[in-house]
Design a protein around this ligand. Structure first.
Ligand SMILES: *[C@@H]1O[C@H](CO)[C@@H](O)[C@H](O)[C@H]1NC(C)=O
Ligand SMILES: *[C@@H]1O[C@H](CO)[C@@H](O)[C@H](O)[C@H]1NC(C)=O
Ligand SMILES: *[C@@H]1O[C@H](CO)[C@@H](O)[C@H](O)[C@H]1NC(C)=O
Length: 466
């Protein structure tokens, strides 16, 4: 197991010494991929109800690091994954910000000195600034960033004096147990929620058939007559993987494009570029005509062009679509595709394979250096939906990671888990088994403690390395 064998032992000791969170000191192997599992604060949903909460200063790895992946899903109080046909995960979003080190207020209010740290994307207003975010596809979508790339966080040279890196989590979930129309509730149809005025008291136009303005926090979707069901407690469980920062890591920038972005590349009268308006990030798909339906021609396509001021090498790409989505792609102006991301639908009932829901999005991992976006290059974003039926509140986002430099992969740093397996002998397997049994035991113990101590909202469940 080479240079990385000691950390496993240290980890084991660490685990049995009471799950110390001093993981950063505990490891010596620099390229060890570390992983921590956290729970959001608890939220409670009854049949038909909606939760859209913002949690500030959530548990997150601290220090100068390169993030490698972020995985999330909804679980219940016993730790079981909850299927989408019971609790639909409309989206979760993780934003980075600087918060004052000496501020320790309530996690459900934005702190007074909140300084957002946006991604490098092109929306300038208070939207789509997130570092991570997915929806129903979260269980089946790869977010791993290959070596030697990573998202740099916690660089002390960049953080203002008296502040630290902090993270905000937004979870929007809809309980569709017992509702009259599951798809309608997940698409936030205003009539099903009996909403005519939005959360801020603004009257909605009769043309606004559905979308987030009709399914804000504590709204209620219409239930089947006479349905009764108990409320239940849920959590967003999130797993973060990272490596400690060092100079061999090549940072990637995060860009998020939105197919509803109404920006213009140039203002005709002034010749200046104008602001992006990414406010409207949902749209409606009108049903196709009977003739089109008969001819199997019901595809709704939406396209926009986006200009990358600073380009780079594409390292990763993925789209976000809602049910009805059938694919999204980024093209160059000459029509050459640079990344396509296609939804996978489930065909069962269990969590991760729910029929009629998007349970994963395919991702792009071009060979680094093979897809280069030039500075100032204009790309075309395309989002396709099936229009065999009406859809409201759909989205067409595209998330890419771009590296300004490409590094030659260093064999030692690449894909540690595989390397370990390849190099493992009999003793290695035994150790691995012992570690996993330990992990399981600690997990169960911590879980049990959590259940008996529900006032402790934040607690890492498991810290481990892969
Ligand atoms: C819908 O909302 C209106 C106005 O807020 C209210 O008067 C009506 O009772 C509601 N209907 C149902 C079915 O809840
Ligand atoms: C979107 O639909 C158009 C028209 O049918 C098709 O040419 C294109 O390849 C589709 N794009 C994706 C990404 O599926
Ligand atoms: C679901 O799809 C998989 C793979 O396409 C297939 O093997 C399986 O039989 C399907 N299950 C059902 C219940 O249709």
């Amino acid at each position: 197991m080479g240079n990385c064998s000691q950390p496993w032992l240290i980890l084991l000791v660490n685990l049995f010494m009471g799950l110390s969170i001093q993981y950063s000191q505990a490891f010596s192997c620099q390229k060890m991929i570390k992983s921590a599992v956290f729970l959001s604060p608890k939220f409670v949903l009854g049949p038909g109800s909606v939760e859209n909460k913002f949690y500030y200063n959530i548990d997150f790895p601290r220090g100068h690091k390169a993030l490698k992946s972020f995985h999330a899903e909804i679980i219940d109080e016993t730790g079981n994954p909850v299927p989408l046909h019971e609790t639909y995960l409309h989206h979760w979003v993780v934003d980075r910000y600087y918060g004052r080190v000496d501020y320790h207020g309530n996690s459900d209010v934005r702190e007074p000195d909140y300084k957002p740290v946006r991604n490098d994307g092109i929306c300038q207003r208070d939207v789509l600034g997130q570092y991570f975010g997915l929806g129903s596809e979260t269980r089946g979508t790869e977010t791993y960033i290959p070596d030697p790339y990573g998202i740099e966080i916690g660089n002390p040279a960049e953080i203002p004096e008296g502040y630290e890196d902090r993270w905000m989590l937004n979870v929007h979930a809809i309980d569709t147990r017992g509702v009259e129309d599951k798809l309608g509730c997940t698409e936030c149809r205003c009539d099903l929620y009996n909403i005519t005025v939005d959360e801020y008291g603004q009257t909605l136009s009769p043309d606004y058939a559905g979308g987030l303005r009709c399914c804000y926090d504590h709204t209620q979707c219409r239930l089947r007559h006479g349905f009764e069901g108990a409320s239940r407690s849920l959590y967003l469980k999130y797993t973060v993987k990272w490596v400690d920062w060092d100079s061999s890591i090549v940072p990637v920038k995060i860009y998020i494009f939105d197919v509803t972005d109404t920006w213009k590349k140039f203002d005709d009268s002034t010749g200046l570029s104008t602001e992006h308006d990414c406010q409207v990030n949902e749209y409606e798909v009108e049903p196709c005509s009977a003739t089109n339906l008969a001819n199997d021609e019901c595809i709704h396509t939406k396209r926009i062009s986006v200009t990358m001021t600073t380009g780079g090498n594409l390292i990763y790409g993925v789209a976000h679509q809602h049910s009805g989505g059938i694919g999204s792609a980024l093209y160059r102006e000459d029509g050459k595709a640079i990344c396509a991301s296609i939804p996978a639908y489930g065909n069962g009932t269990e969590a991760g394979n729910e029929a009629a829901y998007i349970v994963g999005m395919s991702t792009c991992y071009p060979q680094p250096g093979s897809v280069k976006i030039a500075d100032g290059e204009t790309l075309i974003l395309e989002s396709n939906y099936s229009s065999t039926q009406h859809h409201t509140g759909v989205m067409g986002l595209f998330y890419i990671l771009v590296a300004e430099q490409v590094a030659k992969p260093i064999p030692h740093t690449s894909s540690l888990p595989i390397q370990m397996l390849n190099n493992m002998n009999g003793a290695g397997y035994v150790w691995t088994a012992v570690v996993w049994v330990g992990v399981l035991a600690v997990f169960l113990a911590v879980w049990n403690r959590r259940r008996n101590k529900s006032n402790v909202e934040y607690q890492p469940l498991m810290i481990c390395c892969f």
